[in-house]
Design a protein around this ligand. Structure first.
Ligand code: PLP
Length: 410
């Protein structure tokens, strides 16, 4: 009989979102008139910017005409978009990244997962805890996580807890690790690292021959001057870091799909004999074999966000979400809750009152206030005792939610 890839059998069942959905359905069944406000889902709700829609329509018209029709494009992405990214996301910030170091894709989820293809299986992986689950699950699938232990942690993964105790700043690992995933501004906690705090990790990677996977999907939400927009703002990072970006949260592309990954040419790994291997070349090879490029119309749409009107329009939407985040942050603090994030990110991370667990706080908010949230423990063991709220809803619903929570007695 043929066999499966048994690494997949080591995955944790993903109970989180199905369990949330089950609890909401059960509540609705017993309270048919309940008006539940959903503050749990990490998806945007505002429509695409007019400049993006115009670019889409123009690109569709091109596809409808034999003279301008486009079939397969370059696997790495069209030059017009790679050049716009290099110019606007890097050069304008004083960072030297060239178009051939930028790989356009259908989004950051696939890239953060697929990148494990080009890395050896004996690498030791470190993850912040709580974490965006894709980094862990993709390494379990690749056979790099070891075995699941009694506590639910994986034996070969190094967990970097981020909690109130360290103010959500991960501490350097005790031993040597090879691959480190950092996501800042962070999902789920909404917290950031400043330049000095990020430099600690770049220096660690340089001293220890480690690779940093830097996910900056929430870069567009940064408001503070001391928060780096790119890891390449830190000197020497181009020798140790891959950066992932996405138009999903930046410009509402969660349904349209487009993102990119930066693999600098200075980034080198070694083979079994200790010879240098260029990762840019390897990722290019991987993409050319397993990926046929992001769609032309999505890439034209992404290009449009770099136009002056596109930029202005997407910033308005980001400000809209940040206003929700500030409202959540301020009002929850007013009722005495401990709150993090929400200033450079669309997420607010809330400590459960009086020793309640994540799920107990989730149940309380659902049952007594009809507000659906995400239990922090679903993002990793160190998320226990917290919940995540998102600012991606409408302002009206966010306001209604905080009005209800006003009555909460922590
Ligand atoms: C939403 C999100 C992404 C973006 O994923 P896409 O596939 O580009 O939609 C990447 N990383 C994190 C941490 C996210 O929350």
């Amino acid at each position: 009989m043929f066999k499966v890839n048994t690494n997949f059998l080591k995955l944790n069942e993903s109970y989180l979102f199905s369990e949330i959905a089950r609890k909401i359905e059960a509540f609705k069944a017993s309270h048919p008139d309940a008006d539940i406000i959903r503050m749990g889902i990490g998806d945007v709700t505002r429509p695409l910017a007019p400049a993006v829609v115009n670019a889409l329509q123009k690109a569709v018209a091109e596809q409808a005409d034999v003279a301008t029709f486009k079939g397969y494009g370059p696997e790495q992405g069209y030059a017009f978009l790679r050049e716009a990214v290099a110019e606007n996301d890097y050069k304008k910030r004083g960072i030297d990244i060239s178009p051939d170091e930028i790989f356009i894709s259908d989004g950051a989820k696939s890239d953060t997962a697929n990148i494990t293809d080009i890395l050896g299986n004996d690498n030791v992986v470190a993850l912040t805890d709580p974490v965006y689950p894709v980094y862990l699950d993709s390494n379990i699938m690749a056979g790099r996580a070891g075995e699941k232990t009694a506590s639910g942690a994986y034996s070969r993964i190094v967990y970097l807890p981020c909690t109130e105790a360290n103010n959500f700043v991960p501490q350097l690992p005790q031993g040597k690790v090879d691959i480190i995933y950092l996501c800042y501004p962070n999902n789920p906690t909404g917290t950031t690292l400043d330049r000095q705090q990020l430099k600690v990790w770049v220096d660690y990677a340089r001293c220890n021959g480690a690779l940093i996977m830097f996910d900056s999907a929430y870069e567009a939400f940064i408001t503070g001057d001391d928060v780096p927009h790119s890891i390449y703002e830190i000197k020497g990072a181009e020798e140790v870091a891959i950066e992932f970006r996405s138009y999903s949260k930046t410009a509402g592309f969660t349904g349209l799909r487009c993102g990119y990954t930066v693999v600098p040419k200075k980034l080198k790994a070694v083979d079994d004999n200790g010879n240098d291997v260029n990762l840019n070349r390897l990722w290019n090879r991987r993409q050319c074999t397993k990926f046929n490029g992001a769609s032309y119309i999505a890439q034209r749409a992404a290009e449009a966000i770099y136009s002056p009107e596109g930029r202005k329009q997407i910033n308005e939407t980001i400000d809209y979400y940040l206003r929700n985040a500030k409202l959540l942050r301020d009002r929850l603090q007013n009722v005495g809750l401990k709150v993090w994030g929400g200033e450079n990110a669309p997420y607010v991370w809330v400590k459960a009152p009086e020793g309640l667990s994540s799920w107990q706080f989730f149940d309380l908010l659902l049952n007594d206030y009809q507000i659906a949230t995400t239990p922090g423990v679903g993002f990793g063991p160190a998320g226990e005792g917290y919940i995540r709220l998102t600012a991606f809803g409408s302002y009206e619903n966010t306001l209604r939610a905080v009005e209800r929570i006003k009555k909460l007695k922590p």
